[in-house]
Design a protein. Sequence first.
Length: 327
Amino acid sequence: MATLRILLLLFLQLAVLFFAVEPANAQGLKLDFYKKTCTRAESIVRKTTTQFISRAPTLAAPLLRMHFHDCFVRGCDGSVLLNSTKNNQAEKDAIPNQSLRGYQVIDAAKTAVERVCPGVVSCADILALVARDAVLTIKGPFWDVPTGRRDGTVSRGSEALANLPSPFANITQLKSSFLRKGLSAKDLAVLSGGHTIGTSHCSSFTNRLYNFTGKGDTDPSFDPNYIVQLKKKCNPGDVTSLVQMDPGSFKIFDQDYYTLVVKSRGLFQSDAALLDDSQTKAYVKLQSTTQRSTFLKDFSNSMVKMGKIQVLTGKAGEIRKRCSLVN
């Protein structure tokens, strides 16, 4: 009888724990979040994204970067999409985000979804889905995107400057920046591999070519032959010219980025910095040499992890009617 009472008590305790935890889980992210409320949401976003990327494949990289830049400031809440106002400079107008492009893809996807399910699907979720679908359209990896994010109502340019990893950062700064977002040194090495696609303005790395320590010198960790090539494309003070981050295959999502880093040809100081830590260096070397690279699978896993940073769910935030404006 005593044993029965103990078992009954344990059952009641577990029941209380379940009901205490379950609503919190129900408010979080999950796959097919819109299955009942907007069945076609994800297919509409994918169709819209595919149409844009099929015409302009180079949009894939900035859209991926836009999702990354959104999540690192206030979490994945779509705050990077908000316009500045008379009294506030928004994230999109901060220096690190001024080269972002592809907002028209987000707006088109939002408009298409609103036509079918008004006021249901968040801009934050649309951005997360567009980033995945853009990469997939250029034959990059697929990853599951749990949905249920809500949109933030605050966007400050100063927070973008404070939170986004700089292309001039050293390994200590990079690891610290990622750790603050719940991401590991491996995630840092993996997500840096996103530089396998896209281009960069010369201004993000010309200090390595012309004035690395303020004495008119070059970065000694940079391949000198590559420096000669880059100087032909980028003059000192050049802020408009673009350079491929992964020359020859900047439209292809592959592990070639790691080969470049090992050869001291990573474009940014933040790329070269991956060789200054034992864990990130080991990952870079592994992906640059193995015939059976784990990069695509690792990238998928790290993107899922990144997409969960400080999300707003449940009744927090809002569902914006237009992605560039709060309701």
